[in-house]
Design a protein around this ligand. Sequence first.
Ligand code: TXA
Ligand code: MG
Length: 334
Amino acid sequence: MTERLHRTDRDLARAAEMLRAGALVAFGTETVYGLGADARNPQAVAAIFAAKGRPHFNPLICHYETEDAAFAHVEAPEIARRLADTFWPGPLTMVLPRRVTCPVALLAGAGLETLAVRVPAHPVATRLLRAFGGPIAAPSANRSGGVSPTSVAHVLAGLNGRIAAVIDSGLCRVGVESTVIDLSGDVPFLLRPGGVNLEALEAAIGPVQRGISPARAETSRSLRSPGLLVSHYAPALPLRTGASQAGDDEALLAFGPPLPGARLVFQLSAAASLNEAAANLFEGLHWLDAEAPKLGLRQIAAMHIPEHGLGLAINDRLARAAAPRDRDVQARKQ
Ligand code: TXA
Ligand code: MG
């Protein structure tokens, strides 16, 4: 059963305690209800994907109480600060490069070097963030494919029994998701229209590009994910899935007892837990990418991952990494 909490200090303290323990808590924001987890806890972030039943890992938005707290985790150019001063707290999400010291779990950003950050304007969200004292990763609090929820009833209709608690936060004033703007490239780029309109953004910072940029179109083609605006992290090394043995020139991405013979092994989960494997996945791909070449290894062999629960999302990510990529995309990575 999902516990229904209220807007009292006592209940918000309890919600913060649940988040600290790695549990999932849905809470109201001014846009839609979010499904929150401690952004620094990879297993808690993995649990978000399990609860939503998402067949793939989307990068999630990290919520902060203040602009200073957000910009402590990402590099903020002048225009980001100007947008923050104008629109935060509020329905605007900025995609910015992670700082090297950023403690947010890689899974929250789907392994990307950028992170989406936002300071919500809803008293419950603000009080929860303050009580918790850290970043909260939160997608909209609906099952995958469902409609974004704007009331407790919507949240419970999709997620009752799948999450620890929901905080009754009243209705969501804006009712549509936040506007997502990518400020990590040369020009500001609109990734998702939302609560802050384009005209208002452009009044603050000048022209904002929209549509699919040539770079993104190429990346999404090469990753075989038409329709995806976000380029996802893929290892530079070639990868093969469902390995039943490891070759001499291969590093092993293990799940459960490792195959014998590999000189370099990253263990996703010794106990063969899909939640733990999801939590470690991007850490593992980054690590193998960095370490394998040092030993002269040229490929990653990934062991079989069962195709249920979070295994679907893990296998989706591995299949994308294993898909043949355009030669020019390969060349740019070298
Ligand atoms: O209003 C909102 O934004 C709500 C409330 C809960 O804050 N959250 C929300 O999250 O809509 P979600 O996960 O449903 O949508 C996040 C969007 C996705 O379109 C995702 O692709 C994009 O943000 N996004 C997140 N991180 C990104 C990144 N590093 N680069 C590009 N896009 C990113
Ligand atoms: Mg959503």
